[in-house]
Design a protein around this ligand. Structure first.
Ligand SMILES: [Zn+2]
Length: 202
């Protein structure tokens, strides 16, 4: 039996750069705190934006703070189809040559040239978690998920390791629907070779 990890769903959201935030909400406005997220320091902001593509738009899209160097829009493939966009599946921060879109805030608009991605499913691990499981940062693992009607094994799950990460697997809303996710769901981490991640082995 491999190690068990909680599965968390990320709905569509944006991360904003300092300058894009200022363009969207005005000079001197602060990003407000609405709700803390699982990873330390990350929070859902009080403000919302709209995102627009050639075919459609979404209003009331959450902003995840704090502000960062580059604006990044994370959507599902279903969202992308509605917007008429074709974003690549990428890890957070890997934005070169990704899709663009229009972002609208309460006092301005940003034409984003690149920064729209479908987030690659991933596993957050602390250094301690990772060493217990002998998983390296960037390693691809599989996570087996058992639900009443739609159990499956997610392959291509990238392990992201940082000293302060809380252990959790992040999937998007399409992936959550694929397993019929509702309520608390857990998965079993499996090394690619098919080995379990038995902690007693470490
Ligand atoms: Zn994540």
């Amino acid at each position: 039996m491999g190690r068990i990890v909680k599965i968390e769903v990320s709905a569509r959201h944006v991360h904003l750069s300092w300058s894009d935030f200022e363009t969207l909400f005005g000079n001197g406005v602060e990003l407000t705190f609405e709700k803390g997220l699982l990873q330390p320091g990350q929070f859902k902001a009080g403000q919302r934006v709209a995102i627009l593509g050639p075919k459609g738009s979404f209003d009331e899209v959450a902003i995840v703070g704090p502000l960062r160097e580059k604006t990044q829009v994370e959507i599902s493939i279903t969202d992308a189809k509605k917007l008429g966009l074709n974003p690549p599946i990428r890890e957070s921060g890997d934005l070169k040559g990704s899709e663009g879109c229009k972002i609208v805030g309460s006092s301005g608009t940003v034409e984003l040239g690149e920064g729209v991605i479908v987030p690659k499913r991933h596993l957050h691990l602390s250094f301690e978690d990772a060493s217990q499981m002998r998983i390296e940062s960037g390693e691809i693992v599989r996570v087996k998920v058992k639900t009443p009607e739609r159990s499956l094994v997610f392959d291509d799950v990238v392990a992201r390791v940082s000293y302060d990460f809380v252990e959790v697997m992040h999937i998007d809303t399409d992936e959550a629907n694929a397993i019929g996710l509702s309520g608390n769901v857990f998965g079993e981490i499996m090394k690619k070779e098919g080995e379990g991640t038995d902690e007693h082995m470490a």
